[in-house]
Design a protein around this ligand. Sequence first.
Ligand code: GDP
Ligand code: MG
Length: 307
Amino acid sequence: MKKIDPNRVAPVHKSGFVAVVGKPNVGKSTLVNAYVGAKVAIVSPKPQTTRRIIRGILTRPDAQIIFVDTPGIHKPQHRLGKAMVEAASSVLSEVDVVIFLVDGSRLPDEDDKRIGEMLQLRCRAPVLLALNKMDRLKAENIESVTEAYWAIAKHADWMRISATRKDNLDKLFDQVVARLPEGPELYPSDQVTDQNLQVMASELIREQVLIETRQEVPHSVAVAIDEWEDRSEAMTHISATIYVERDSQKGIIIGAGGAMLKKIGQNARAEIEQWVGHQVYLELWVKVWDKWRERSNSLRELGLTSE
Ligand code: GDP
Ligand code: MG
């Protein structure tokens, strides 16, 4: 048996909110999912996959981190874009640490520079610059890429990581914890997200649409859960609508003889069942909602803005 050291200081417990900020497609959702160990944010190779601010919760004996997965910051092109940018910027005033995530396999572009400037102007929290996708960085480019990112985030400490290979994620985590305030657990330790199951389900359906469709369709899709009924302890009945903006997109999603919709439904159902923990019956509808992205009432109804 180990002797108890009377001089031992009780370990400090830390907790706080950590924003993951960066332009679309740099790997923000992949990083949060890797830390949380579950799929709390959907991931796809297409930009603008993330439209909501999602919290992933990671609890360890010494610390609890609540990750805020922001929508990609980009130039607003239409109303949805503007709502996303506002959501991302407002997060910055409420967090304890910011991870500025960039695609470290290539040089920064104007968007990275703009985000670097915005962080310098608007963010009082410490910023950690994480150069992601190091698995793709060519040896001859290491110096030029690193220096170019230094130049746009001079105030930040930095580190190279790979979210998909989980390289250096422990080190980045330690750096985050070092910058967190002391505090208790803010959520139960077995909770991985503050999103409710219905939001998760709609995102999992949207994820399958993104995986299966090309070009303009992914940007035009929104999913609403219309009915959610636990018919027994072992079976939940869900009815959901996939909204698109044009008839042609509706045709694509339904597919020849309904094959595409069937595939989307089967895959989404399997994912939702993992979250719900039992059998799910999923009924999917596809509807055209002309220019839903331009209308503030539709955005509000779909929960994409608080406007
Ligand atoms: P987000 O838009 O910033 O949330 O980016 P996602 O997490 O959706 O990732 C965008 C794409 O980059 C996906 O195809 C990921 O698999 C890929 N990705 C993310 N991290 C890495 C990484 O460390 N290395 C490589 N090679 N790809 C990555
Ligand atoms: Mg994302």
